[in-house]
Design a protein around this ligand. Structure first.
Ligand code: ASP
Ligand code: MG
Length: 440
């Protein structure tokens, strides 16, 4: 059995849904299809929710109306027979009635999650009607019946496995299943989600639970690239990546894959393939246990980084200092991306300013605290780059002109990270493209 996940742009237009229906029926292997919401929908739902949270009901109402029109048009273009148009129309009506009812209820976090879930519910239901019209036999699997997270918002893989296999056992003769990405139930039994971009995570959790032969993530780009195609003009798709390399890349900026999606696949050893709906026969990127080659594979950038430096002579020869500093970040649930230390100072980076003030204040008793915002982390990722010839020399030769503020090297065998002011990002990515990949 395999898993095929399609992102918002792959289902965002009627003709794309048609393409998806062809892709999922190409092979013989039983398949679970995971869909995101139509492109733009989750963003609209976030806006609707935030209007409501701010008490702007009128605003929310207008946004709901606009979205409803979009869906009504979508349905008319997607389907051709009256019977199925009517069916899809009813689905749209039902979900927008729900949103309109919500307008009248007082806002809560649980309600927010209900609003956000509408996108995937709509996309999968409409796709299912489309398959019915096309005469493609399939089973609709509601994700809310098997996808659960615990009180710490961690997916309950064991329980997902049991519930999903029970569901699948009811359809021993069926080969095609359609379910929602992103949405789940939380420990209180409420509708919740796996965070923005979480459909990839759903796909890899399902793939892990059923020990799929492969977890295919279909997007609108032909795999992970060696550099950011939005920033540098010449990039190439990477054919093979190890799970570790992919995790570093996904975390440090390669927007194509949700970072959390790597661990279930890695843990249950299911290969992940990144494929392009527009070019279904292109090789894409395969992510699996063995990386197959040594050396630099890619560079990626992560923006919005804040550097915090704590200087203290008390750190000299003292132990327990780092623990106390880390405890401050832990208290504010703020994760640290990079860290370097010297005998009298420690520098860390974070990517969220939500508790910056509180954190800075609590760090002050430890020494002088300097904060620099608006930085970018550039990560150079590859298999055993540390021991591969010349990488450090080529790297630093290439970026001799860049004022690097921090370097992290040796934390893992597949990552070297640089911190620099955001204004140097484009230049650095270009220089590295030439220096490390020979791409101009
Ligand atoms: N629809 C959700 C989002 O836009 C989940 C996803 O697309 O992966 O974040
Ligand atoms: Mg996505």
């Amino acid at each position: 059995m395999k898993v095929m996940k399609f992102g918002g742009t792959s289902v965002g237009k009627p003709e794309r849904m048609h393409q998806v229906s062809q892709l999922i029926t190409r092979g013989d292997e039983p398949t679970i299809v995971v869909l995101s919401a139509l492109s733009g929908t989750t963003n609209s739902l976030v806006e609707i929710s935030s209007s409501l949270a701010h008490g702007n009901r009128e605003d929310a109402k207008q946004k709901i109306e606009k979205l409803e029109i979009h869906y009504k048009n979508f349905v008319m273009d997607l389907l051709h027979k009256e019977e199925f148009q009517a069916k899809a129309y009813d689905i749209v009506k039902e979900h927008f009635e729900f949103l309109n009812i919500i307008l009248k209820i007082s806002f809560s976090e649980a309600l927010n999650k209900d609003i956000l879930a509408q996108g995937e519910l709509l996309s999968t239901k409409l796709f299912s009607v489309y398959l019915q019209e096309a005469g493609i036999d399939h089973v609709f699997l509601p994700a809310l019946e098997f996808m659960t997270i615990d009180a710490n918002e961690e997916p309950q893989v064991g329980s997902i496995k049991v519930k999903l296999s029970q569901l699948l056992q009811q359809y021993p003769d069926k080969k095609l299943f359609v379910t929602q990405g992103y949405i789940c139930r939380n420990a209180r039994g409420e509708v919740d989600n796996l965070k923005r971009g979480g459909s990839d995570y759903t796909a890899s959790l399902i793939a892990a639970a059923i020990k799929a032969s492969v977890c295919e993530i279909w997007t609108d780009i032909d795999g992970m690239h060696n550099n950011d195609p939005r920033v540098v003009s010449k990039t190439v798709a990477i054919e093979q990546l190890s799970f570790d390399e992919a995790a570093e890349l996904a975390y440090f900026g390669a927007k194509i894959l949700h970072p959390a999606c790597i661990w279930p696949a890695q843990h249950y050893n299911v290969p992940v393939k990144l494929l392009n709906t527009m070019q279904p026969d292109a090789k894409g990127t395969t992510i699996q246990e063995n990386a197959n080659s040594k050396g630099v594979k890619a560079v990626a950038a992560k923006d919005g980084i804040i550097a915090i430096k704590i200087k203290s002579s008390r750190m000299l020869l003292a132990y327990g200092f780092l623990r106390k500093i880390f405890e401050v970040f832990e208290k504010y649930k703020t994760s640290i991306d990079m860290i370097t230390t010297s005998e009298v100072a420690v520098s860390v980076t974070i990517d969220s300013d939500a508790f910056l003030k509180e954190i800075t204040k609590e760090l002050e008793p430890f020494g002088t605290v300097e904060v620099e915002t608006n930085h970018t982390i550039i990560s150079i990722v590859g298999n055993e780059i540390a021991s591969t010839d010349d990488v450090l020399k080529r790297l630093f030769d290439a970026i001799a002109a860049i004022p690097v503020t921090m370097v992290s090297y040796g934390g893992s065998a597949h990552n070297i990270s640089l911190l620099l002011p955001a204004s140097y990002k484009t230049q650095t990515l270009q220089l590295l493209n030439e220096g490390l990949f020979g791409l101009k």
